[in-house]
Design a protein around this ligand. Structure first.
Ligand code: GLA
Length: 342
């Protein structure tokens, strides 16, 4: 039985409705392959590991590669004819305790060449393993500084401290060398903020001018009810104007406006606003289907979302298209209705 067959109000399959536009993805961890098997093959045709392709998960200690969890996701995708987006080869978080990449066993800082060697080995091993099965990779995640007004392009991170300002370009070249067929993305949050977007565009422009193999820009898309859809449009347009493919890589819409709010059940008025926004966003994505190569939700249904613990630990949130019982929400209907009218 699938989710379309046991509902009073059957809904169309999201992936079918957007089949001529872009794949519809979900980020998940292996237990979700079972717990959400009612929804996944019906509505989604792209998968991302929520955490299990990060460095900490794939190589928790020097030379110790642990592929089982990521393999499970890739295998499920293969069985169901889904695409896989790799996330992520380099990030300043989740590199693996206790910092084996940056430090020697005695705690002293490793030499830059040593760090770069470890990174190259990591990228080569990971991309080799998933060659031909992972179509695109978020090569670098969140390298841009958050400090508006400061004359600073890259954030102060252990990678930058170890490898210097040229590291982003070198990482893309490493990734291209490891799998010349993979599509390589730069992924970033805060892309509706003009100042941060401008810095991101500056980085991408420099990379492209230097001939670096960058093929796409990922707009994460962790939004809330105040998201300005026109800013999302500008982000898509500006990245596309560089000749890049664009993906929305981590889409969800929080129901909270600030950290002091807390609801025990989702207020209907907020669900309605969320639905309206999802509808507008998907109308926009459809408009830009020539440049958008994927939309990925950061989760499948509201029973499991990282937002239950972020930014407030233990506060329930309802950011996705299916409710906690995997029933379609107004948000899904709004997207589908919009698509029918298009
Ligand atoms: C960022 C990262 C993701 C994930 C989310 C929160 O956006 O890119 O990998 O960790 O935060 O779950």
């Amino acid at each position: 039985m699938n989710s379309n067959e046991n509902r009073d109000n059957p809904v169309s399959a999201l992936k079918e409705v957007f089949a001529d536009c872009f794949p519809i993805g979900a980020a998940l961890s292996p237990p979700v392959l079972d717990s959400h098997d009612d929804l996944l093959p019906v509505h989604f045709n792209s998968l991302t590991c929520e955490n299990h392709m990060k460095m900490r998960a794939l190589q928790p200690a020097a030379g110790e590669f642990t592929f089982e969890n990521a393999d499970a996701v890739v295998e499920y995708a293969r069985t169901h004819g889904m695409r896989v987006r790799g996330h992520t080869l380099l990030w300043h978080h989740e590199t693996g305790a206790p910092g084996w990449v940056f430090n020697e066993p005695d705690g002293s800082r490793s030499a830059p060449e040593q760090v770069e060697d470890r990174l190259r080995t990591h990228i080569r091993e990971v991309m080799n393993r998933y060659r031909g099965r992972v179509e695109c990779w978020d090569v670098v995640n969140e390298a841009i500084s958050d400090r508006d007004g400061a004359d600073e392009l890259l954030r102060d991170s252990p990678w930058r401290r170890a490898l210097g300002d040229g590291y982003v370009e070198r990482v893309f070249r490493m990734a291209h060398g490891a799998d010349p067929h993979a599509l390589l993305f730069y992924n970033e949050y805060g892309m509706t903020r003009p100042a941060k977007r401008e810095r991101t565009l500056r980085l991408l422009r420099r990379l492209l001018e230097a001939g670096a193999p960058v093929h796409g820009a990922g707009i994460q898309g962790h939004f809330d009810l105040r998201v300005d859809v026109d800013e999302v449009r500008r982000a898509i347009e500006e990245f596309a104007s560089l000749g890049l493919k664009v993906e929305i890589t981590e889409l969800d819409i929080s129901l909270y406006n600030d950290n002091d709010e807390s609801f025990t059940s989702p207020p209907p008025e907020r669900l309605a606003r969320q639905a309206g926004l999802y509808g507008k966003l998907f109308a926009l994505f459809r408009e830009y289907r020539q440049v958008i190569t994927g939309i990925t939700f950061w989760g499948v249904a509201d029973d499991r979302t990282w937002l239950d613990n972020h930014p407030v630990r233990g506060r329930k949130n309802w950011p996705l298209l299916f409710d906690g019982d995997h029933r379609p929400k107004e948000a899904l209907c709004s997207i589908l209705d919009g698509a029918m009218d298009a």
